[in-house]
Write a protein that binds this ligand. Structure first.
Ligand SMILES: [Zn+2]
Length: 83
């Protein structure tokens, strides 16, 4: 929901009178924030995709932490075998 910027429009003072809903996709590419207006019909599709993407990133984060723990452990083992 958005304000149109006109000072005399009802949207300026009443949050319930804002225009929309408009759907927008925001992401970063090469350090720049990109905004893409979406058709209302396409919005659920993008919403589902972005949820999936967030899940994937969370999983990758966990995997990364686990890998670090395992690597540290293996490095310690390798050291103790040398002695
Ligand atoms: Zn307005």
């Amino acid at each position: 929901m958005m304000k149109c910027g006109k000072t005399h429009c009802a949207c300026a003072s009443d949050p319930d009178k804002r225009h929309g809903p408009y759907y927008e996709l925001t992401y970063k590419a090469n350090g720049k924030t990109v905004n893409v207006k979406l058709a209302p019909e396409a919005a659920p599709l993008y919403k589902a995709a972005s949820l999936q993407y967030r899940k994937l990133k969370t999983l990758l984060n966990r995997l990364e932490k686990l890998s670090q723990t395992i690597l540290r452990h293996q490095a310690k083992l390798a050291q103790s075998h040398r002695r």
